[in-house]
Design a protein around this ligand. Sequence first.
Ligand SMILES: *[C@@H]1O[C@H](CO)[C@@H](O)[C@H](O)[C@H]1NC(C)=O
Ligand SMILES: *[C@@H]1O[C@H](CO)[C@@H](O)[C@H](O)[C@H]1NC(C)=O
Ligand SMILES: *[C@@H]1O[C@H](CO)[C@@H](O)[C@H](O)[C@H]1NC(C)=O
Length: 478
Amino acid sequence: MLLLSGWLLALASATLLSPHSCVAAPNPAAGQPGLTMSLTRRALSRRTADDWAAWAQREREFLNLRYGGASLQKRSEGINLLTNQNADSSYYGSLAIGTPPVAFDVILDTGSADLWVADTSCTSSCDKVAVFEAASSSTFKNLSQPFQIVYGSGQASGSLAQDVVQMAGFSISNQVFAAVDQVTNGLLTSPVSGLLGLAWQSIAVSGAPPFWETLASTGAWTDQLMSFQLTRFMNASNVKTEEPGGTFTMGFVNSSLYTGQIDYQSLSTTPSYWLLTISSMTVQGNSITIPTGSSAYAAIDTGTTLVGGPSSAIQNIYAQIPGSAAGTGSWQGYYSYPCSTEVNVAISFGGPSWSVSPADFQLTQISSSQCIGAFFVLSTGTSGNGPSWVVGDTFLKNVYSVFRYNPAAVGFAQLSETALAMNGVSGNPPSATIGSVSASATAGVSSSAASGRWHLDIRTTGSCLIIKHNSDIWDISI
Ligand SMILES: *[C@@H]1O[C@H](CO)[C@@H](O)[C@H](O)[C@H]1NC(C)=O
Ligand SMILES: *[C@@H]1O[C@H](CO)[C@@H](O)[C@H](O)[C@H]1NC(C)=O
Ligand SMILES: *[C@@H]1O[C@H](CO)[C@@H](O)[C@H](O)[C@H]1NC(C)=O
């Protein structure tokens, strides 16, 4: 899902997070405000004896591995079967939270980096979805810090908490997530209870390490990557609200689901979104002109249904389609074109050119002859913080996609016959598969240290200096 204004929101929420917010609160430590700095370490990352024990254990395993001792690290692989909701509108998987574990359906979203689920106090827009009941989990910890996230399609707010989270046979004992009590209408469609962000920690509004990143960085995975195969139902007849959605893997790629090589392209920036640079694009075989530089950055986003891009590029796409016209009214930002035209768009991110099928391009029919295209004008790129392009499921249904931790890259490969054979084949959506836990990890500062990666962010807001080092956050009032 397109995360709006990640940087600004992270700032706003970092300010909210602190119980001693240096913007709002007087500074008791400073006899003379303005002369003394008070340093407040936030509760979010306070390390307990258990955390230290886990750290010590991992540090030892890491050194054992590095210096040739017997491998104590348990590496593993996991799969999660997906559900395709509302004819390719979204794809969800399942995870479990708490002790005893309770399963929830969550959108798997490579376009954001926070985990959240609706909780028992969510009354509006949480109808008919399973809600998290904190009182029923013996391992639940309320971090009592406000959380709010804004996407292109709505927003969710609540408070941060910590608990055991399990998915596809992996478990993290102290995963930070948001228990959400307010969700805008339409963001959750039953049975989906929330969202699992699969982008990088640097854009996490909570500031916490994402579930996937802890697993990748602690060596829990056989290979430091995750992958998607997404099914297509939008041109199938008699589509049900929920259909089999394909496969999400963690720690390995399933070679039965693709053919040929996986073409990896390095991320265009330091990891935030999964950002690649669009190097060229063709429509009906003809090259079109697209903006270059950072205006060619594209977030590869499983949580977004369509493909959005800069207005000049979108205009150039439709200029290749006779009979197309800019949409008006509720189709503002979209274009119509003759349904009888088979539109072939292909995109290159520096390597091979990947085709979007005409079926995926054809979003919906609006009159006897005209259809709406799935490529639309995205205005967030021009208005500041967001990427210029968001490449969602319209594209991703056409490839096997791989999100690699180290070296940070996104890879694409051709879908295999086995994978293609799942498109449009109606069936029962998979039931929640929590899996027996084969590998566990603890989120914390050493997870980044062990892999030689670390984050340092320094930001200012008014009289407040915020320093983030890995998962530690410090407030300094000046
Ligand atoms: C956590 O604590 C906050 C108050 O600090 C409260 O508003 C919220 O409902 C609590 N969350 C849960 C899930 O109990
Ligand atoms: C790989 O995908 C095939 C086809 O869906 C499936 O039968 C097989 O079990 C998968 N392999 C693993 C290891 O998950
Ligand atoms: C749906 O679209 C795909 C990709 O273009 C195509 O291979 C398939 O035959 C189409 N299915 C139907 C039922 O038209």
